[in-house]
Design a protein. Structure first.
Length: 297
């Protein structure tokens, strides 16, 4: 049965890199869509597609997550997987595009939803910033805070998978590189922005050091400024582009059956019903104790 991939903002829908990638579904936040409309549209979507996997930044406003859980609860649906991701906005968009590409394969809905956690390990997400004074998602030392006040200061920041912060042009400004072939998706502040950060370090120095196969320019998500603590930035995400490699990564993981809902899954918990895999050396969850329909971080 088909599986639709959804995000919570139009800015998280990246253009496809081939002619077969399905479009993403956009589930607007509460201030953009009444609850009644959200319920009707989601119900129609489930009737048409069968399953729905929703990706959204864990740093989204609490109202967005509450709306998603409310819709799922009111529809009493076990075919909606809600996956909050502790990633920068652009990385969420890149991951959503990867799942969109995989959704046309023979992966079952349960495996496809669980693949989101697996594929996050192969994303390298960061940004080039003019200031780290308000950066909250990556540890910032006192020296970097002080340097933020210097005119022309630039910083290279890696938020995932291993947090790292370097001063651009200060000698050792190398960020840990992926150990496999990737392409780079880059989003920078609008050209008309009075303090736009140049992307030369990202598309030139960093891309060369990381041996990037290709670079794609996309619009900067609006939430990126809040996530990174500054409106003058160049956000980037390196990710595996080869669909056959992505498929092999997911298909090579041992599949099991969820002991609660019976869906096929990979990993240690079901993305649809949130039931954890029983430990081989521990007690099984009682069949009468239904796991709550809440997302796992």
């Amino acid at each position: 049965m088909p599986t639709a991939i959804a995000v919570t903002s139009r800015e998280l829908v990246l253009p496809p890199t081939d002619g077969q990638t399905p479009a993403a579904v956009v589930l607007p936040p509460p201030h953009e869509q009444p609850l009644e409309t959200a319920l009707a549209e989601t119900a129609a979507l489930l009737d048409r597609e069968g399953f729905l996997v929703v990706l959204y930044p864990a740093a989204d406003a609490a109202a967005t997550a509450q709306r998603l859980h409310t819709v799922r609860a009111l529809l009493e649906s076990d075919r909606i997987a809600l996956l909050p991701l502790d990633l920068p906005p652009l990385a969420v968009a890149v991951l959503a595009r990867q799942l969109r590409r995989l959704s046309v394969s023979d992966l079952s809905p349960g495996v496809l939803a669980c693949a989101a956690r697996l594929l996050t390990h192969y994303l390298h997400a960061g940004a080039q910033l003019n200031s780290v004074a308000r950066l909250e998602h990556v540890p910032v030392g006192l020296a970097s805070h002080v340097a933020s006040w210097l005119p022309g200061a630039q910083f290279g920041v890696l938020a995932h998978p291993t947090p790292r912060l370097v001063r651009v042009g200060a000698g050792d400004d190398t960020l840990p590189a992926p150990g496999y072939a990737t392409e780079l998706t880059v989003a920078h502040s609008h050209p008309g922005h009075p303090g736009r950060t140049g992307a030369d370090w990202v598309t030139g120095t960093l891309a060369t050091r990381w041996r990037i196969d290709d670079v794609h320019q996309v619009p900067l998500p609006a939430e990126s400024a809040r996530w990174w603590g500054t409106g003058r930035l160049t956000e980037f995400t390196a990710a595996i582009a080869d669909l056959s490699v992505l498929y092999q990564l997911v298909a090579s993981v041992r599949r099991t059956e969820c002991h609660w809902c019976g869906r096929e899954l990979i990993g240690d918990w079901c993305a649809f019903c949130s039931a954890p895999m029983p430990r081989a050396d521990g007690p099984r969850r009682s069949a009468t104790a239904r796991p709550a329909l809440t997302s796992r971080p």
